[in-house]
Design a protein around this ligand. Sequence first.
Ligand code: CP
Ligand code: NVA
Length: 311
Amino acid sequence: MTIKHYLQFTDLTADEYAYLFTRAALIKKKFKAYEKHHTLADRTLAMIFEKASTRTRVSFEAGMYQLGGSVVHLTTGDSQLGRSEPIEDSAKVISRMTDLVMIRTYGQDKINSFAANSRVPVINGLTNEFHPCQIMADLFTFIEHRGLTAHPLECLKGKVVAWVGDGNNMANTWLQAADMLGFTVHVSTPSGYEVDPAIAGLSNTNCYKVFDNPMQACEGADLVTTDVWTSMGYEAENEARKKAFADWCVDSEMMAMAKPNALFMHCLPAHRGEEVAADVIDGPQSVVWDEAENRMHVQKALMEYLLLGRQ
Ligand code: CP
Ligand code: NVA
C-alpha cells in the first residue's frame, strides 16, 4: 500500500482540500459542542521538533488527544537526532512504533529522507521551504469568513492575496496554493529576499505578480498577509534584515489600499512594530486568532484522512 505523506501543499489535490475543509468544519463544530470524535483511538503521533514551536505543538498534541490518540514529543536536544543518528535510521525506528509522524525541521531534503524511510505517513510541520499546515489553516479561515458552502474552494477563485515581506516558507506555500486553487498572490519583498518559483515548483507562474512597492501589492487585495522578517534558522541575518525590511510593515495605510472587506492574517508569532503595526494585527480586519485555532481543526481532519481516508 502506498503511504500518503503531506510534505508540501501539492501533496494533496484541490478535490482533497475541498473534502478536508468540509471535514474540518464538522470536526470544529463537534469540538465546540464537546462531542466526542475518537476516530484515531489507539493511534500514536510522533512529533519531532528541530525548531521551536507553540502553535504547531499545541495544535497537533491537543488535536491528537481529541481524536482519541496519543502523542510522543521529541526534540533534537533530547533525542539521538541531536547526536548525529542518521535521519534515515531515526525514520525506520520511529515509524515502527507509531502510526503517524509530524516533523518541524530545517531543509526539505531532511523531511523527504525521513518520509522515504518511514512506514507511516509523515506531515510537514514547517521546513525552511514550506509550511503547508499553516496555509491549509489560512485558506480554511478565509473560507469560513466568507461563508462555508458545499463548494468550499469556490470563494478562492480569482481572489488576490497580498504577501508583504520575506520570500520564505510561507510565501512559497502560498504560491503553491494559488497555482492549484486559482487565485493570485501579489508578492512584495525587499530586494535580495525574493520568492524563487523553482522552490515552489509552479506549473504556472501567472499565479503570482511581483511588486517593488508593498502598497501597490496590497491594492485591491482580498487578504493581506505577512510573516516575521527573520525566520527560524536565519537569526544570524537579523540585523541586516531589520534594515532591509523597514518599509515592509503592514500598517493601516497599506490595509487601506486593499478591499474594504479585506482580511489580515499572520501565521504568528508576530513582532508588532516590525512586520505588522499593532493597530492592524489587533484591529477589526485581523483574523489571526481564528487562523491559529484553525490549525488544530484542519490538522485533525488531515491526520484522520492520512490514516483512514475519507470518512
Ligand atoms: N505558526 C506557527 O507554526 O507557529 P509555531 O511556530 O508557534 O508553531
Ligand atoms: N517563517 C517563519 C514561520 C514561523 C511559524 C519561520 O520559519 O520561522
